[in-house]
Design a protein. Sequence first.
Length: 352
Amino acid sequence: MREIVLKTPSCDSVIYCGAGAFDEYAPSVAGEQLFVVTDTNVYELYEKLIKKTFGEKIFVLEAGEESKNPENLLKILRAMLDGGMRRNCRVIAFGGGVVGDIAGLAASLYMRGVRLTQVPTTLLAQVDSSVGGKTAVDMGGVKNILGAFYQPEKVVCDPRFLDTLPEREIKCGLGEIVKYGALDGNIYSKLMDNAGNLAARSFLEDIIYDCVAYKAEVVKKDERDLSGARKALNLGHTTGHAFELYYGGKSHGECVLIGAYYELYIARKYGICGGYYADNLEKLILGVLKAKPVCADADKAAQIAVHDKKNDDENISLIVPEREGVCREIKIGLTEYKTLLAECARAAGGGK
Ligand SMILES: NC(=O)c1ccc[n+]([C@@H]2O[C@H](COP(=O)([O-])OP(=O)(O)OC[C@H]3O[C@@H](n4cnc5c(N)ncnc54)[C@H](O)[C@@H]3O)[C@@H](O)[C@H]2O)c1
């Protein structure tokens, strides 16, 4: 197990990464007043462990993104109040990104903020959502529209939880890992060296640490997403979020990869990224996706991207890969964006 300390103006967040992290962390909360938030799938698998480690004050959300809503947020807060939670209590977010985001927001609101531990149980939550303090719920069909920056005091990234994760969720986490590969040369090299075997447990254990360490460095420089450093983490996300809404049923990480595929096409078109590097990145993306991402109506997907909160004017803002370990932000007009998405969709074998 390795430790990363993420120092921000709000607090020092300690992240434990690796096999044994959970067992090492668990005794440290004995005697504290604890409130666990989890979801139905995770509870079914880990009820015994949760109860033995953290006690009986548990709120179980229905699994799925639809649960990340203001009504459930209020239900969690109400249950904390009814359960007699005091200012020195600790919220344990035990689950994937959905649980982490809503429980984190609840922890930030209850009595103006109580201690928070994230125990991420999906690959995506381990490499991304549990670290950095972004918490949120969705409202009115808009993702993450209500939220706060609230750093967890502790994050426990133990790969043991990946053993029960369905393949689809591993793929979802790999989506974010490939994103880190486009941002960081070291992660990129490791991905290239293990391209045929990215889902292997030993590889994942190692790469989770690298991704978390990378994200922690970025968050340290720009905790509240103000200076631009944190923007880079949005590679693939503008188009990815649009595809998430467009397709409906695909996972966040998979859509990030689809977004990265389309945005790589755009970077190539503008001459920003090319040669072996662009070819290799495309192979990495397709290696995880398994097939070229088809989009039957690129106009519709592009129209959704207009509403992305990362755009600060009428242009579409994208973080695109440039060369190994280097990305840059570009802004393009909607008409141009639509044309390029449609071109890429046709090249992928679909589109009008
Ligand atoms: N806060 C951030 O910085 C940030 C970053 C990226 C994504 N997110 C958010 O994270 C969410 C997506 O997270 P996610 O992909 O973890 O989704 P999720 O929380 O919905 O989990 C995916 C599925 O895996 C199940 N699951 C979780 N752990 C399991 C385990 N160990 N074994 C078996 N099944 C398990 C869940 O019940 C669920 O069905 C989105 O809401 C997204 O907006 C937040």
